[in-house]
Design a protein. Structure first.
Length: 301
């Protein structure tokens, strides 16, 4: 697939996800209107929509072709958005900008930053559960998909990673490789794994194939996080929609501060290529998905 065709498809698919999210937005009404507004403000602030995209493409890779995937695509973006809203709170990273505009707690106040995050997390599961109302739904697959989503977002996944990350900030001694990998795996890769595994499970992939997807997504997640740390050093704040240099400002130890830029770039390329090799080993083919993974190596935002 040519680069220009890939770019056109990427844009089209991202726009379709924007429309999908709009369709799933809760109505801003009632006495709880403010929290609903804050949720919608953060969800519709843009972003690459990478997780729903990876979910949809993995679903297609395994031959999935029904609407059942749609509520799950919206749900994973809601979970991802909640994590960003909470990560920006004064008690965590205390950031003012996200996705090119003021972050939720700056616009709505801290209490609504907390509530909007809580609201998005819960609403994600309410949304995913609507898959069961669809005549095409296979209840056992939906159940397995929900279980993966809950676990990878929870204390054994993203929340666990965030915990280790916050504690690591207080640590003066250099982080061990094991510590750093734990943080990256749980904080970043877990949700990417959930996205791809849910796609595979809903399409009816075998357990063996789901395990391969879990490993593939692990590589993508670690590469994605290292690239995120690289962009914090060499990226452009306008393109990124958030300030750069925050890791240095916060004296944060990252793969880049520990191993340097050159080694980090090599690692991103290596991990991404390995992810593509694993993908080539499962049944089915999805050229767009392969291109998407390779594109992440060179992403600038
Ligand atoms: C608060 C439980 C809790 C978790 C927070 C997601 C997260 C964990 C923290 C945000 C900071 C960060 C660097 C997370 C690692 C994952 C990551 C690179 C998120 C940004 O994802 P993108 O680049 O964002 O896909 P967009 O805005 O494009 O959706």
């Amino acid at each position: 697939m040519e680069d220009s065709r890939f770019q056109v498809q990427l844009l089209e698919k991202t726009e379709q996800i924007e429309m999908l999210l709009k369709n799933y937005l809760p109505a801003e009404e009632g006495f709880q209107k403010t929290v609903l507004e804050a949720m919608n403000y953060s969800l519709m602030a843009g972003g690459k929509r990478l997780r729903p995209l990876l979910m949809q493409e993995t679903y297609k890779l395994f031959g999935g072709d029904s609407q059942v995937i749609l509520p799950f695509m919206a749900a994973i973006e809601m979970i991802h958005t909640y994590s960003l809203v909470h990560d920006d709170l004064p008690a965590m990273d205390n950031d003012e900008y996200r996705r090119g505009r003021k972050t939720t707690h700056v616009v709505y106040g801290e209490a609504f930053g907390i509530l909007a995050g809580d609201g998005l997390l819960n609403y994600a599961f309410e949304t995913a559960l609507t898959a069961l109302d669809m005549p095409q739904a296979d209840a056992a697959r939906v159940g397995r998909a929900l279980s993966v989503l809950a676990r990878k977002a929870g204390v054994y996944g993203m929340i666990g990673g965030q915990t280790a990350d916050i504690e690591a900030e207080e640590q003066a001694a250099p982080l061990t490789k094991e510590q750093l990998l734990f943080i990256h795996e749980k904080k970043t890769a877990a949700l990417i794994q959930a996205a791809m595994m849910v796609g595979a499970i809903l399409a009816g992939a075998s357990e063996k194939a789901v395990s391969k997807i879990e490993k593939c997504a692990y590589n993508i997640g670690i590469a994605f996080q290292i690239q995120d740390d690289i962009l914090d050093v060499v990226g452009d704040s306008v393109e990124l929609g958030k300030p750069v240099g925050s890791d240095e400002k916060n004296h944060k130890q990252t793969y880049v501060t520990i191993n340097g830029l050159e080694q980090s770039r090599k690692e991103v390329a290596l991990l991404s290529e390995e992810a593509v090799t694993i993908l080539a080993d499962v049944e089915g083919e999805n050229e767009f998905l392969t291109k998407l993974i390779l594109m992440l190596i060179n992403r600038r935002k």
